[in-house]
Design a protein around this ligand. Structure first.
Ligand SMILES: C[S@@+](CC[C@H](N)C(=O)[O-])C[C@H]1O[C@@H](n2cnc3c(N)ncnc32)[C@H](O)[C@@H]1O
Length: 207
């Protein structure tokens, strides 16, 4: 998916999911699970492919110390506007999720969130992202990934299966798979997004 072009022409339907209760409710339920574990202050969260920081801002409002990273400058400009309007603090980094260690995002993140970036990457990029997340996440971190089911969708993200998630995150274990209901989005219906949230924790017995 050409995100640079998408933001240039103002095509960013994923931003509307914040206003779609079945999707937003499930995602925030997963976030709340982490919050209940720690109690405030929750610590730092990394929003991968933050876009215009729809979810980054939501996390910051809830009390997380948020860093958002995106490769598209126009997306980050929209993010800056949203952040300022919300009156929260977010560290916005222009960088590549497949080179997290070099990006300057820092480390020790307790929560790593990806709504819609991983599932559009190539296998090699996914592997690089997994390695980067493993390096910058805290020992007790949780990763939340939102992925379409694998399917050909032309220029739209090809999606990722549970097996794809497993193979990109060898030191992690998928603990939960939840429906990420993006209906009644017309695109979601047309392209059968069949979306899922994957929750991952480090695998004590894993690689
Ligand atoms: C579907 S959008 C989702 C944006 C945001 N997470 C949301 O839910 O509103 C995917 C985002 O990933 C970003 N992205 C894609 N590949 C990237 C990469 N290699 N490094 C950093 N960001 C990337 C795009 O620029 C885009 O903002």
């Amino acid at each position: 998916m050409n995100y640079r072009l998408a933001y240039r022409i103002g095509f960013h339907p994923w931003e509307d999911l914040a206003e779609h209760p079945p999707f937003a409710g499930k995602l925030l339920e997963l976030v709340a699970r982490e919050e209940d574990k720690y109690g405030p202050p929750y610590g730092s969260a990394l929003d991968l492919g933050t876009g215009s920081a729809v979810w980054g801002v939501e996390l910051a409002k809830r009390g997380w110390e948020v860093t958002g990273i995106d490769i598209v400058e126009k997306a980050l400009r929209r993010a800056r506007e949203r952040v300022d309007e919300a009156g929260v603090e977010i560290d916005l980094v222009h960088g590549d999720v497949t080179a997290l260690r070099e990006s300057g995002v820092g480390s020790g993140f307790r929560l790593v969130l990806d709504t819609g970036t991983f599932h559009g990457l190539t296998d090699a990029q996914r592997e690089a992202m997994g390695l980067g997340v493993t390096a910058v996440a805290a020992p007790d971190a949780t990763v939340l990934l939102d992925c379409f089911a694998p399917r050909r969708r032309g220029p739209l993200p090809r999606g990722a299966s549970r097996r794809d998630v497993d193979s990109a995150f060898p030191g992690w274990r998928v603990t939960d798979v939840e429906i990420a209901d993006s209906e009644p989005d017309a695109l979601a219906r047309l392209f059968k997004f069949d979306e899922r949230f994957y929750r991952l924790r480090r695998d004590p017995d894993g690689a």
